[in-house]
Structures are given as structure tokens and as C-alpha cells.
Design a protein around this ligand. Structure first.
Ligand code: PMP
Length: 356
């Protein structure tokens, strides 16, 4: 028997990410866009120190972390809301902004959570297919907006394709939408962007009244297991979120670890790691293209390979100890790992994916 619940929830398919590989098992996990390096020693130290106060509740308002993030981005602390992952913020935003009868507009294919948070909010999802370059079709998204549209999500860079929108196109979308429709720029992978024409959402928060930017410590900061994300937006929108999030949802350890990642010393080390990933991304893409594999040029820490037989190829890689992410008949995605992990992936790709 199932308890009475909202019928819309029955349309959701449970997310099955698979078990993280147990220590010692010789698997190369390139499936979740994580950093391949462990936390910085300074971050681990800060977490250990914070652990001595675990009998107390964490700082409800995450003040130190909020202020440090505001200082880093040159905004007022009233514009920053920290929560336990940017995914959690996405869910709060969808539920705060939209309900039954309202529409949430996003590209497809994009991050798997968008349809879920839309359904949980009771709103209707309106999807616009990516264009032929696997990029958001922003003119088509502008055309798909109706007077019921409450929230538009632009995933930049887009997960799973790694593509970015151009500044001019994004500005045209913002110009086309009313100022009271929230535009969420999901910038989980922003730190890996090297394209100078990619629009930084933080600039747009200052220029526009209706932009909210989502960032996370799960990707470039290498702290996916800690669960910290944040939103930068106008103070009025930030207040709506702050009122709605679960109290004490960011643990003492998470606040301490994230804060320790924002020191100038940590910044230098983290930037080196990001630079390494960006170099490896170019190598992976170049090698795949040389093999005749259709690899989409990426601005994130992963590379998308459009192909109709992704699931079968996923299984072939898995059997050989390399875990990728399959997207049905759309394709396969590989996360950039260490140089050794990427070598292992490329050696298998030469066997299992080569087209020429
Ligand atoms: N946005 C995008 C585009 C993502 O790919 C992810 C994680 N895969 C998230 C948000 C959520 O990240 P987190 O909750 O770990 O901050």
C-alpha cells in the first residue's frame, strides 16, 4: 500500500546513480562530474577542527560563509543564500516561484533535476530542444515563454553537453522576458569556462532584476560529498529563498570546509587543479575527435559524445572497469579525470568507440 500522495509524483522515475565504487575496487569513476582529487589538506584540517563542536547546531544563517562568498563576488551578503547543494536551492526556487498552473521553461537535454523539481513544485515543465550544436536554443526558448511562465532555467555550461550560450543571445532572451519572470542561470561548472564570450551570471545579477545564479562547491572546489551550494541574486529574491529553506541544512563541517576553500592559498591550489582539468579536457576531446568519435567541444569538466547506442557502449565500458554516464539514445558523457584515468578511458575508447 502507498500512502495518499500527489499524483504528479508517480510520473517521476527514481534516480539510480549506482553505488560509489568501494575502496580498493579497480573502477575508474567518470560518471558524476566530480573532481578526481581529494580535498585540500587545509580544508580537511578546518573540517576536523569544526568537528569538535558537533554537539552544537551549526550557524543557522551561515554568516561567515555567506560574507566570504559575498566578498569574493563583490556583492552584498543580502544577495547570497547558502544551502546544502545547488540542487537543493533549485528545488526551493522552483517551489517558491511556481505552482500548479505555472510553467517552468528549460532546455532539453539539460540537468536531470529540472523536470523533477518542476514536478515536485506542482508546476508544468516546458522544454525546448537543444539546437544542432547541442547548445541552448535561446531564441526558441524566448518564443516558448507564455504568460504562465514563472521561471526559466539556463544551464551554462550545459550538463551534459558542456556547451555555453553567448552573451548577446542571453541578453536577447532577458530582453524578451518580462522583468518579473525569474531566470535561473545554473553555473555549477562556471569555473571551467575559458570562452571569453560566455556570459558570467554574476554580472547579470547586477544589471537585471530577475536573474538568480546558482554555484556549487561540488565541482571545481572538489567537495561534492560536503554538500554546499549557493545562490546569488537580488536581495528580494534571496529573502524569498531564505524564508523557505530548511533550518540548519548546512552542517558545521560543510560550512567550515567551504569557508576554508575560499582562502587565497586554497584559491591558488584549486585554480591549478582546474587548469589541469581544462588541459585534460582539450586532450580528451582532441583524441576522441582523432578517433572519429563525435565529441562536443566542452566548457565544463566533462565531454559529451552524441551517439544512438550509448547504453550498449556504457555497458561495454563498465565491464572493463570505467564508469561513464549514458543518456539513452542521445549519447554518452565522460567526466575529465586524472591524466591516468583519462589514459585508461582513451585506451578503451580506441577499442570500443573508434569510428575511423
Ligand atoms: N546543476 C548542475 C548543472 C549539475 O550538474 C549539478 C550536479 N550534477 C547540480 C546543479 C547540483 O549540484 P550540487 O547539488 O552538488 O551543488
Amino acid at each position: 500500500m502507498t500512502v495518499k500522495h500527489r499524483a504528479a509524483i508517480d510520473t517521476l522515475v527514481a534516480y539510480k546513480p549506482g553505488r560509489a565504487p568501494a575502496a580498493g575496487r579497480p573502477k575508474v569513476k567518470l560518471s558524476s562530474n566530480e573532481m578526481p582529487f581529494g580535498p585540500l589538506p587545509s580544508v580537511l584540517d578546518a573540517i576536523a577542527r569544526a568537528a569538535t563542536t558537533l554537539n552544537r547546531y551549526p550557524d543557522f544563517h551561515r554568516l561567515d560563509l555567506t560574507e566570504a562568498l559575498a566578498a569574493r563576488h563583490g556583492v552584498d551578503p543580502s544577495q547570497v543564500v547558502v544551502d546544502n547543494g545547488s540542487g537543493a536551492l533549485l528545488q526551493v526556487l522552483a517551489s517558491v516561484i511556481a505552482g500548479p498552473g505555472d510553467e517552468i521553461l528549460y532546455a532539453w537535454r539539460a540537468f536531470e533535476s529540472y523536470p523533477i523539481v518542476t514536478t515536485v513544485a506542482g508546476a508544468t515543465g516546458v522544454t525546448v530542444p537543444l539546437d544542432g550544436r547541442h547548445t541552448h536554443d535561446l531564441p526558441a526558448m524566448a518564443a516558448a515563454a507564455t504568460d504562465r511562465t514563472r521561471m526559466v532555467v539556463v544551464c551554462n555550461p550545459n550538463n551534459p553537453t558542456g556547451t555555453v550560450v553567448s552573451r548577446a543571445e542571453l541578453n536577447r532572451l532577458l530582453d524578451a522576458l518580462p522583468d518579473d519572470v525569474l531566470v535561473v542561470l545554473d553555473e555549477a561548472y562556471w569555473d571551467f569556462v575559458t570562452d571569453p564570450d560566455a556570459p558570467c551570471g554574476l554580472d547579470l545579477v547586477t544589471e537585471r532584476p530577475n536573474v538568480a545564479v546558482l554555484r556549487t562547491f561540488s565541482k571545481a572546489y572538489g567537495l561534492a560529498g560536503l554538500r554546499v551550494g549557493y545562490c546569488v541574486t537580488r536581495p528580494e529574491t534571496a529573502d524569498l529563498i531564505r524564508k523557505s529553506i530548511v533550518g540548519f541544512s548546512v552542517s558545521t563541517l560543510a560550512q567550515a570546509g567551504a569557508l576554508a576553500s575560499l582562502t587565497p592559498e586554497a584559491d591558488v591550489e584549486l585554480k591549478q587543479r582546474v587548469a589541469h582539468v581544462v588541459e585534460e579536457r582539450a586532450r580528451l576531446t582532441g583524441e576522441l575527435v582523432r578517433m572519429g568519435v563525435p565529441a562536443v567541444p566542452s566548457q565544463a569538466n566533462f565531454v559529451f559524445m552524441p551517439m544512438p547506442d550509448g547504453p550498449a557502449r556504457f555497458t561495454a565500458f563498465e565491464e572493463r572497469g570505467v564508469i561513464l554516464r549514458a543518456y539513452g539514445t542521445d549519447g554518452l558523457r565522460v567526466t575529465v579525470g586524472t591524466a591516468e584515468e583519462n589514459d585508461r578511458f582513451l585506451a578503451l575508447a580506441a577499442e570500443l568507440l573508434r569510428r575511423s
